[in-house]
Design a protein around this ligand. Structure first.
Ligand SMILES: Nc1ncnc2c1ncn2[C@@H]1O[C@H](COP(=O)(O)OP(=O)(O)OP(=O)(O)O)[C@@H](O)[C@H]1O
Length: 586
């Protein structure tokens, strides 16, 4: 129960509604207990008439009519209160589910990239949906039925003892057995359901991947292999479902069996006691039969509640594990809102990726003045993207420091800093919404004119208006697929619409031909005259106009200077430049 204690803050938050729920539940159960008593009174009245203790039929009729009226009143009151009981407990559980989901989601967002590397997306999704749902079962149904069972027990047993103490004892004998059996059954059901759930996500991942990769599967001609794998997986899924059904099928027969036993106990022992004169009337036996039936579901639910609480405990433990994670990259100045001008300086920066232990940067130093452009080149895996990620503070450096406008990067408000950067990552990720929304993503209050200008500057406007729905064209699964180059340019438009002080381009024009690349750079030069740019590229054509170029090799700076200086150095840059120039000419 330790993990569930962390939910107490929410129970406290909704304490008013919960207390009301408790009162309503007690009321609902008290009213429901009147029925057996009134039926018992009615039976006794009939018995007394039969025995000649009451001689007037009219008197019996009157008592019966009054009792029927009272029963209807009590049932109605109990029904209304039961409705209100659900309205309080279940509604509170939905409120808490909403709060908890938001808490988990906010935490996910605050955690650094390394957290996402360590944990699989499916797991993150499961904790925010499946696990939160299981916790809600504890806060809603488990709590509600728990209170209901307890109230009903106290009230019913009180009246039972009042009416016939010994008979109460006999009647209750099968109940602990029923409760234990249901508990065991619930555990078995939950175990099998969890297995099915896990298997289902495997099946879903498999099908989703095979649909996403349908072009590759078809072009390799391996539809048959995928088909038979799918049949095998669904066969396993069927077997698991059948095994669940087998266990579930025991639930109701078991309940009916045990209720049957209790009823037999009441009739047999009640009858004996009546004959022995230990209970006054047959009415008591009738009353007890009704009590037994009233108690059956609550007793069964003890087992069910226990297993729900156990599951919630396990789920909350998993949720707490993520909630207690602290982001590696911390926001040290959440309240400051300092504007940046755009000067970037790396001073002896080294960086190792924690998960792979790969030393991506070794003792890197450079300075980019406000308004200047730095081009970063080098072989694949040499650390180019890492430089951009460090400027965006997606990671913190291990050694050395990064200064923005002469101040340590950590001293800026993390979100404030990122909002002033225009980062275009290597693989352009676009959301499954319209092109307009994707571009606007960088600036929520952008006007139509801003959007069109950004698209024009990223040289993608012409492509967009060629689509029949223009900027309203939906991308992704439900919409069209953009070409690699179009995606990259929409992603550039998204970054520049923010009008950021610093733009970071991570090889984001690799899928665009050299002419379009040059067109984009000349437009960007015009609009970002006083902006600082860091451009990662494999093409010398993207780098040659930069104020400074660095060539990385295995995390170290191998060459640096302007285009002319590097050509003079006759090293990697010169070779690359000449090779790419001759390729272009041919
Ligand atoms: N998130 C990560 N976790 C662990 N290792 C990483 C991560 N990102 C990059 N690396 C490793 O760090 C090194 C530098 O990677 P980086 O992406 O900075 O290179 P790059 O020069 O941008 O390469 P490319 O030109 O192929 O994009 C590589 O060896 C890479 O495998």
């Amino acid at each position: 129960m330790k993990a569930l204690l962390s939910l107490n803050k929410y129970l406290y938050k909704y304490r008013g509604r919960l207390v009301l729920g408790f009162i309503i539940t007690i009321g609902a159960r008290v009213f429901s207990v009147f029925t057996p008593q009134l039926i018992s009174d009615s039976t006794t009245a009939i018995e007394q008439y039969v025995n000649g203790e009451i001689t007037s039929v009219a008197e019996v009729k009157e008592e019966l009519l009054i009792n029927i009226g009272l029963i209807m009143g009590a049932v109605l009151a109990s029904a209304i209160l039961t409705f209100l009981m659900r309205q309080t407990f279940i509604v509170v559980s939905r409120f808490i589910e909403y709060d908890l989901k938001n808490e988990v989601y906010t935490q996910y967002q605050n955690l650094s990239l390394d957290f996402y590397k360590r944990n699989r997306t499916g797991d993150l999704m499961n904790r925010i949906s499946e696990d939160v749902s299981k916790v809600r079962m504890y806060l809603g149904p488990a709590l509600m039925y728990g209170v209901q069972t307890l109230t009903l027990f106290v009230v019913v047993i009180y009246f039972m003892i009042e009416a016939a103490p010994m008979l109460t004892l006999y009647t209750l004998v099968p109940f602990p057995i029923l409760s234990f059996a249901i508990y065991k059954l619930s555990v078995a059901i939950n175990k099998r359901s969890a297995e099915i759930q896990q298997f289902l996500s495997r099946l879903n991942t498999y099908t989703q991947e095979s649909f996403s990769g349908i072009a590759v599967i078809k072009s390799y001609g391996i539809l048959g292999r995928f088909n038979s794998d799918f049949v095998e997986l669904s066969n396993q899924s069927k077997e698991k479902n059948i095994s669940l059904v087998r266990v579930e099928a025991f639930f109701f027969p078991l309940m009916i069996l045990l209720i049957g036993f209790s009823n037999l106990f009441v009739i047999y022992f009640g009858g004996m006691q009546y004959i022995d004169g230990k209970i006054e009337s047959v009415g008591v036996i009738v009353e007890f039969l009704l009590y037994v039936n009233m108690l059956t579901w609550p007793v069964a639910s003890v087992g069910w509640i226990t297993s729900m609480v156990q599951q919630a405990e396990a789920s909350q433990e998993r949720i707490n594990e993520f909630l207690s994670e602290t982001p590696n990259v911390k926001n040290h100045s959440p309240n400051s809102s300092e504007d940046i001008k755009g000067e970037i300086e790396f001073k002896n920066v080294s960086f190792t990726y924690e998960d792979t232990n790969i030393v991506a940067l070794k003792n890197i130093s450079f300075k980019v003045n406000k308004g200047e452009t730095l081009a970063v080149m080098g072989k694949t895996g040499s650390g180019k993207s890492t430089i951009l990620e460090l400027i965006g503070r997606l990671y913190d450096v291990d050694e050395g420091e990064i200064l923005i406008d002469g101040k340590p990067i950590e001293s800026y408000n993390l979100n404030g800093l990122r909002q002033q950067l225009g980062y275009v990552p290597q693989d352009a990720f676009l959301f499954s919404s319209s092109i307009r929304d994707n571009i606007k993503f960088g600036k929520a209050d952008a006007t139509e004119e801003d959007i069109i200008n950004a698209a024009k500057n990223a040289a993608v406007h012409k492509n967009i208006i060629e689509f029949s729905k223009g900027y309203d064209t939906v991308l992704g699964e439900r919409g069209i697929t953009l070409s690699g180059g179009q995606k990259q340019r929409v992603s550039i438009a998204r970054a520049i619409i923010k009008d950021p002080q610093i733009v970071l381009f991570d090889d984001c024009l690799s899928a665009v031909d050299t002419e379009t690349e040059e067109e984009i750079f000349s437009k960007l030069n015009k609009i970002s005259d006083n902006k600082t740019s860091v451009v990662v590229s494999h093409r010398a054509s993207s780098a040659k106009n930069a104020d400074h170029i660095i060539i990385l090799d295995e995390g170290k700076i191998k060459e640096e200077g302007t285009h002319t200086e590097l050509i003079d150095q006759k090293g990697y840059y010169k070779d690359l430049y000449q090779k790419q120039l001759s390729e272009k000419e041919n």
